[in-house]
Design a protein around this ligand. Structure first.
Ligand SMILES: Cc1cc2nc3c(=O)[nH]c(=O)nc-3n(C[C@H](O)[C@H](O)[C@H](O)COP(=O)(O)OP(=O)(O)OC[C@H]3O[C@@H](n4cnc5c(N)ncnc54)[C@H](O)[C@@H]3O)c2cc1C
Length: 367
């Protein structure tokens, strides 16, 4: 009999997990509280398909992204596209790492790049630059792709408030499932680790000309990244993007709902000032058009672990999401944890290895 799964949360993780389990023949229902998929963090981020360039400080995250990148492009070929010029730059003096060490970390991690010996004239204060083949995610297409693919499995506008677990099932709104997967990035049940919720602010800009993607690494720096929409970019800043640190998703949401417009205006000034240190002509090229607000769920710790983890308690799996291209880790871990669940031991046929060897030796001796 096929196993049945209730998946809570229709972001990148929930959609991919639902789609993968359905393809394996399992019964799947995906519950999403909003009326459309990818409404929260998955639809409000910098839309990078990471390859590991962003994580010189964390080996596991780099490895998950390096593997995930090629798997993502193979599995979802229409849901990302290349970027003509995607630059990772180490600023002189402001970075926590020097350019040679940065290159060495990427090379030793098997992450390929091309060094840019002369950095583009619009950039300044840099020690070194490289070109990365990372891509941009196409969020509008992703929403349509999963809405169509999962059309028979979706419960949109359905917020799960509580669940009832028994020894052999999980009951959600009176419906029985074999397992439940919480893919809400810690907003419904909390993964059993120390974590916090960080409301975030990115800024959207328009540019008339095509501009490269530029990411300054590593430390309290900033980045400019294109979106799927030609001429539309996000500006992100490590010191200015976070808007606080909360112990629950509800508190982080409340902080966003009551955000003072004066704070956003101040952040715009600070973020533009920071960007102009490395892109002196920033204000001539880019026109601010509005904020993007979101919430990150982060593990406590300053080593920047952005890997994906899955935890199991009884019949409930809790996914701690990593980056978007590490969705594959979640499915594999869920399947492996299910396979590791104790079955009824097989009935003994008395055929232990020792007995088999003795039987074989006895039959040889009898010849
Ligand atoms: C500012 C910012 C920039 C980022 N940039 C990048 C980037 O460039 N590249 C990258 O790979 N990653 C990036 N990330 C991380 C990325 O956004 C996350 O890894 C990813 O979106 C997590 O997906 P998810 O499906 O786990 O969570 P979400 O997208 O948050 O989805 C969870 C879903 O659960 C639903 N939900 C919650 N509670 C319930 C309930 N009780 N019942 C039903 N539904 C419920 C929510 O409505 C939501 O749709 C960024 C994140 C932020 C905030």
């Amino acid at each position: 009999m096929s196993l049945s799964f209730a998946i809570v949360g229709g972001g990148w993780y929930g959609c991919h997990i639902a789609s993968s389990l359905r393809a394996l023949g399992f019964g799947v229902t995906l519950f999403e509280q909003q009326k459309r998929l990818m409404h929260l963090a998955s639809g409000n981020n910098q839309f990078r398909l990471h390859l590991g360039f962003h994580y010189p400080r964390h080996y596991g995250t780099r490895m998950q992204s390096r593997e995930g990148f090629s798997r993502f492009v193979e599995r979802y070929p229409g849901l990302s596209r290349p970027i003509a010029e995607n630059i990772y730059a180490v600023p002189r003096g402001d970075s926590l790492i020097d350019f040679l060490t940065y290159k060495l970390i990427m090379t030793s991690s098997g992450i390929e790049f091309t060094e840019l010996y002369d950095h583009p004239p619009m950039l300044a204060n840099l020690e070194g630059c490289l070109l990365a083949p990372e891509r941009v995610l196409l969020i509008d297409r992703a929403r349509r792709y999963f809405a169509e693919r999962l059309s028979g499995n979706l419960a949109l506008g359905h917020r799960i408030e509580s669940i009832r677990e028994t020894a052999d099932a999980v009951h959600i709104d009176g419906q029985r499932y074999d397992f439940m997967i919480d893919a809400t990035w810690g907003h419904f049940t909390k993964p059993p680790i120390d974590l916090f919720y960080e409301p975030t602010l990115l800024l959207y800009y328009e540019a008339n000309t095509e501009f490269p993607a530029i990411t300054m690494v590593d430390g309290p720096l900033c980045s400019i990244y294109p979106t799927e929409d030609p001429g539309l970019y996000t500006l992100s800043s490590v010191p200015h993007t976070p808007l606080g640190r909360y112990t629950s998703g509800a508190e982080a949401r409340a902080a966003l709902d009551t955000l003072d417009p004066a704070l956003i205006a101040r952040k715009v000034e600070l973020m533009e000032e920071q960007a102009m240190r490395y892109v002196p002509g920033f204000k001539e090229v880019f026109r601010y058009i509005g904020p993007q607000l979101s919430i990150k769920t982060k593990p406590v710790g300053s080593f920047d672990d952005r890997s994906c983890y899955v935890y199991k308690g009884g019949r409930v799996f809790s996914v701690m999401s990593g980056k978007i291209d590490t969705i594959f880790v979640a499915v594999e871990r869920i399947l492996s944890l299910i396979e590791a669940m104790p079955d009824e031991p097989p009935a003994s046929d008395g055929g232990s290895l020792r007995q088999e060897v003795l039987r074989s030796a006895a039959s040889m001796a009898a010849v």
